[in-house]
Structure formats: C-alpha cells, structure tokens
Design a protein around this ligand. Structure first.
Ligand code: B12
Ligand code: SF4
Ligand code: SF4
Length: 292
C-alpha cells in the first residue's frame, strides 16, 4: 500500500492531513510520562495512569500491529476570535458536532476503501479515547510538531485540529518522514497568556490548572483544584488563540466541522436564561452533551 494511495483516500474521506508510521515502542516518552504522573499533572484523570505500556506501544494495544495511519482534520471555525457578544466562552471544537463520532465514521470509511483493495488487512480505528500518544504519532507521521502549549501544530492548518488513527497488522510500502522541525523558536506567548499558568514548562501541562480539564471532564471531584475557569463554559482556546501559527491558518474545509451553534446568539442574558432542558436541546449534538 503506497502513501499516495492512503493520503489520496484520506482526503476523499474529509481529512485535511495524513501520514503513516511504523509501529514501535515510543521509549523516548517513557520518562516524560512517568514524571508527568509522578507530579500529578494528570489531575486525577485515572485513564492516563492505566494502560501505561499500551500508551507507549500500539503493539500492546493491538497485538500484531505493524503500522499506523494518522489523520488530522481542521475544526477551525474562528469562534476563538468571534465570541464577542458575551463574556462567556466556549472552545471552538465544542461548537461543532462531537468530533469523536464524525472522525470515527471518516476513519471507517477510509478503512473500507483500504480493505476493498487489501482484503487481508486487519485494523482498528482510534480517536481520542484510546491509550495512544496521538500527538506523538502525528509527529512521527510527519504531520506537524508539538508546540510549547503541548499541542500538535501543523504548518497549514495550525493547531485547531483533531486527530484519529488506523492501526493495521501489515507493513506499508512506505512511511512518512517524521516531522523533525519545531517552529516555536523563542516565542512563549502560550505560556505567558495561559490564564492559570498551566503550562509549567515548554510542552509540559499541569492539567490541575487547565481550564479545559476543569470544564470538560466529568470527574471534577477527583481534581482538587481551586483554579478559576475565567468564564470559559466548556474547554479553553487561550493557548491556541495567541499562537502565531493560528493567525493565518486555514479554516475548516469539511462541513461536518461547521459550527452547529450560532455564536452571535450567545449573549450573557441568553446563556443565563437557559433552563437545563433548553441547554441540552440546543447543545445536543456537541461535545457539551457528551461529557465524559
Ligand atoms: C488527556 C487529554 C487532555 C487533558 C490533559 C492534557 C495534557 N496535555 O496532558 C485535558 C483535559 C487538559 C486536555 C485538554 C485539551 N485537549 Co486533550 N487530550 C487528552 C488525550 C486524551 C491524552 C493526552 C495525553 O496523552 N496526555 C498525557 C501527557 C503525558 O501528555 P502530553 O501533555 O500531551 O505531553 C506530550 C508532549 O508534550 C510531549 N513532550 C513534552 N515534553 C517532552 C519531552 C520529551 C523528552 C519527549 C520525548 C516528549 C515530550 O510528549 C508528551 C507525551 O506525548 C489526547 C488524545 C490522545 N489519546 O492522545 C487529547 C488531545 C491531546 N486533546 C486535544 C485537544 C483539542 C484539547 C484542547 C485543545 C481542547 C480545548 N479546546 O479545550 C485542550 C488543550 C489543552 C492543552 N494545552 O494541551 C487534541 C489535540 C489536538 C492538537 N492540535 O494537538 C487531542 C489529540 C484529541 C484528539 N484526538 O483530537 N486534553
Ligand atoms: S487550554 Fe487554557 S487553561 Fe489549558 S493550558 Fe491552554 S490556555 Fe491554559
Ligand atoms: S504560542 Fe508560540 S510557543 Fe506557544 S505553541 Fe504557538 S508558536 Fe509555540
């Protein structure tokens, strides 16, 4: 299976970027992951402690795994610039349909195409929830670099993207060249402007301070944090909004990632007047209704 065949079909399935990598143990991440957990930077997110070996090696997650296809798609709807009618803010990705379902469908579509040409392939698709270092695999697959805000940044689409993978039990004819550049340079905007100083060192996030952790994840009780959420209702885009690589980044091209909520309507008065049932109805398709 050639890289061109995979990329061409990934784009047809609605992805913006795609690459491939050979499955291996990411030993270089072991110490980082250990320190991260030892410092409680995972903020009580138990799933980051479990499956330690699987997280480092996709072959432990899927026995027989040989290769991984990494796909990325933009959800950049500019909401991070445009929510001006209220002091409340919602992360851009949360204004569209929940990406987990959308990306799973796209990955399965790509896998169906692959299987129609290579019926002997066994594979599994993953998006977000599996113990897989998705950003690190995206770097390995040549898609971008990990910025100081700890997020994957791509030259063309910036960081307002989501990632999904197909892990296969066959070797591919060729693999992408891993992304070896890091274009952050001397910039420290994300570190300086995080409202809770959650980026404690370049690429190191203390999730106990992170507004996204405080507003998105359900088991908030396990996270003993007094840090404020600065009017963010769900998620946080600050460390991406200030990133120069998002200033000129392309916006979403796949309409499945178009906002389903009209941000202009979201005034303080409107938000504060919503009953629970109204809230559920309005945001029913978005990740806000799918709290983990
Ligand atoms: C847990 C999680 C969170 C947690 C904790 C995040 C964290 N950084 O720990 C919380 C809830 C806070 C969170 C928030 C967000 N998340 Co999140 N999250 C994840 C998840 C499920 C796992 C990430 C993980 O493994 N964390 C564990 C720690 C150890 O890893 P890490 O901090 O990411 O550190 C890595 C690098 O910094 C790097 N590194 C740093 N220093 C060094 C040094 C050395 C020597 C080496 C080798 C490596 C290294 O290696 C580390 C391991 O890969 C992934 C999906 C997945 N399965 O990968 C999505 C994911 C990372 N999240 C995503 C998104 C979109 C977000 C938010 C932007 C959502 C929002 N708008 O509110 C915020 C951004 C916050 C931020 N600045 O990172 C996207 C990222 C897209 C992108 N462009 O990168 C992902 C990939 C989901 C997806 N499939 O699209 N998230
Ligand atoms: S998502 Fe918000 S709180 Fe979390 S690191 Fe980025 S700017 Fe800080
Ligand atoms: S704001 Fe600057 S330091 Fe932070 S990720 Fe973007 S380029 Fe890198």
């Amino acid at each position: 299976m050639t890289l061109d065949f995979i990329k061409e079909n990934a784009l047809k399935c609605g992805f913006n970027l795609c690459g491939s990598a050979h499955c291996r143990e990411m030993t270089e991440h072991k110490k980082f992951l250990q320190n991260y957990l030892a410092n409680n930077y995972n903020a009580g997110l138990g799933y980051l402690e479990r499956n330690f070996d699987k997280r480092l090696d996709p072959r432990a997650l899927m026995p027989g795994a040989k290769s991984i296809i990494v796909c990325a798609v933009s959800h950049n709807n500019l909401a991070w610039r445009e929510q001006k009618n209220s002091t409340y803010k919602i992360a851009s990705y949360a204004l569209a349909k929940d990406y987990h379902g959308t990306i799973r469908v796209m990955l399965n579509q790509l896998l169906t195409t692959i299987k129609s040409k290579f019926p002997e392939v066994n594979a599994r698709v993953f998006v977000d929830t599996a113990p897989l270092l998705e950003k690190a695999w995206a770097v390995e697959a040549g898609i971008g670099w990990i910025g100081k805000n700890s997020l994957l940044i791509t030259p063309e689409f910036g960081s307002f993207i989501n990632i999904g993978e197909i892990v296969l039990d066959i070797e591919l004819e060729e693999y992408s060249k891993s992304y070896t550049n890091n274009h952050c340079g001397n910039c420290t905007r994300c570190i300086d402007q995080c409202p809770n100083s959650a980026i404690v060192a370049p690429k190191v996030l203390d999730a106990r301070r992170c507004i996204s952790r405080l507003t998105v994840e359900k088991n908030i009780g396990e996270c003993e944090s007094d840090y404020p959420t600065h009017d963010w209702l769900f998620g946080c885009d600050m460390c991406q909004s200030v990133c120069p690589f998002n200033e000129k980044a392309k916006t979403f091209t796949n309409n499945e990632f178009a906002p389903v909520i009209e941000t202009a309507k979201l005034t303080n008065q409107y938000i504060e007047s919503l009953t629970n049932d109204e809230f559920k109805e309005i945001f029913k398709e978005t990740p806000m209704n799918q709290k983990r």
